[in-house]
Design a protein around this ligand. Structure first.
Ligand SMILES: Cc1cc2nc3c(=O)[nH]c(=O)nc-3n(C[C@H](O)[C@H](O)[C@H](O)COP(=O)(O)O)c2cc1C
Length: 418
């Protein structure tokens, strides 16, 4: 019976354990988590979601405070179009995070950065270009283009000296999205180095509508592989979404996938950025506690634990401090929803906003507990401790469980010393 370790993911000259830990913003897939994947011979991701905030928290910069001071005059204004990012600061924050990560890298694996197109930051092209260029300058091994079709993204960095040397991949949820991307980027003389095919059971935002349950990862992966075969394109395909055991991964590898991308199993790892109480909520969640809803201002459906503290919260929009989801015209659908509720309840001291959420604030504070569909199985991957809490395993334990397990078994972590 085969194990994941019987396969290798070949990316250029790199021969890797075919396990990629997916990007999880905002700093849920920490540098520590990504570095463990690399040390163990696989691929880890950091994320550049809300990078200025992450930089403040980790490297003691003052980007958020100073941006808020600059735009404080606008806090009560419905029109957020004047709230702009300083591109120099975005570059600085990205470089700090990437450099601090890459200088600690050990082992034969790789560390990539997850770049979401939907973080439009009131100037989509300019900010995305700076984010990607800064990451390349700072020595990132690769960039995974996420949350968007990225039709113009590669062209933004085509002149960068590392354009051909860094690994660049894209996440798609359909063969159509991949076709569009390849068509748009054909003239740049560069194919993606890998394609992550993310199915409907993944965490974070979904590349499907609310009819997500009608889709199936294995079918989409087969379609993508058939298309690439027909076009004679040798691009590694990496399925993601609901791959919970080593055996789940082996099934895809035997069907021709080059590797797998996983995330949910690692949300409860020691090295994962979620606070301890949130990790316990992930463990405790039952299937009924998980929903896909439409409260993300990005417009994409998002999966989360129903009792996430951020759901229904009616806090004042924080675009002057954050503003990562302001579109090219300075608009965010949470701002509109918030203002509607304020108008409807002029006397209320506290309002509720049910249809949208201030995703920047709540992801920054770990109050939206986004998760994969199989989060309810996490409780079966660990032990209950004497105090009734679930034992938090190490990333190494989870990684090796994927790498070496057979028969759909999940190895429980060793009982911690008393
Ligand atoms: C907590 C969490 C946060 C995520 N955040 C992001 C993100 O910021 N960008 C992204 O492209 N994918 C994100 N994802 C998706 C993962 O990178 C990955 O592709 C997917 O969850 C794999 O499926 P699995 O969780 O069932 O293993 C997130 C997933 C989780 C569980």
């Amino acid at each position: 019976m085969k194990r994941v370790d019987d396969f290798r993911l070949q990316l250029g000259k790199h021969e890797l354990v075919p396990i990629m830990i997916g990007g999880m913003g905002v700093d849920i897939s920490t540098a520590d988590l990504a570095l463990e994947a690399a040390r163990l011979g696989g691929v880890g991701h950091i994320s550049d979601a809300m990078i200025n905030t992450v930089s403040d928290r980790r490297y003691d910069t003052k980007h958020v405070k100073e941006k808020l001071a600059l735009y404080k005059y606008n806090v009560l204004n419905e029109d957020k179009s004047s709230v702009k990012f300083d591109l120099g600061r975005v570059a600085e924050a990205t470089k700090l995070h990437v450099e601090a990560t890459m200088t600690r890298k050990q082992g034969s694996g790789l560390v990539f950065i997850n770049c979401m197109e939907k973080l439009t930051m009131n100037a989509p092209k300019e900010t995305l270009k700076v984010r990607m260029e800064a990451a390349l300058d700072a020595g990132i091994d690769g960039i995974t283009l996420a949350a968007g079709l990225h039709l113009g993204s590669l062209a933004l960095i085509a002149d960068h000296p590392r354009f051909h040397d860094a690994k660049i991949g894209i996440i798609v949820s359909s063969v159509r999205a991949l076709q569009l991307f390849l068509k748009k980027t054909a003239r740049l003389g560069r194919l993606p180095d890998y394609v992550v095919v993310e199915g409907p059971l993944a965490g974070g935002h979904l590349g499907f509508g609310m009819d997500w349950a009608e889709y199936d990862l294995a079918t989409i992966v087969a379609e993508v592989m058939q298309y690439l075969h027909n076009e004679k394109l040798a691009i590694p395909v990496i399925p993601a979404g609901g791959i919970f055991t080593g055996s789940d991964a082996v099934a895809f590898l035997e069907a021709g996938a080059a590797g797998v991308q996983v995330a949910t199993r690692f949300t409860v790892a020691e090295e994962c950025g979620l606070p301890a109480n949130a990790k316990q909520e992930y463990f405790k969640a039952s299937e009924d506690d998980i929903e896909v809803n439409q409260i993300s201002p990005t417009g994409y459906p998002m999966r989360m634990i129903k009792k996430s503290p951020g759901i229904g919260s009616g806090i004042r929009p924080n675009c002057e401090a954050y503003g990562y989801l302001l579109d090219a015209n300075g608009k965010c659908s949470y701002v509109a929803a918030y203002n509607r509720e304020v108008l409807a309840h002029p006397e209320a001291r506290k309002i509720k906003v049910m249809d949208k959420t201030c995703l920047c604030t709540h992801m920054r504070n770990f109050d939206i507990w986004t998760c994969g569909q199989l989060t309810w199985r996490l409780k079966d991957t660990t032990k209950v401790l004497a105090d009734g809490s679930y034992q938090v395993p190490s990333a190494e334990h989870i990684f090796k469980d994927y790498q070496f397990s057979t028969d759909n078994q999940v190895a429980l972590p060793d009982t911690p010393a008393a």
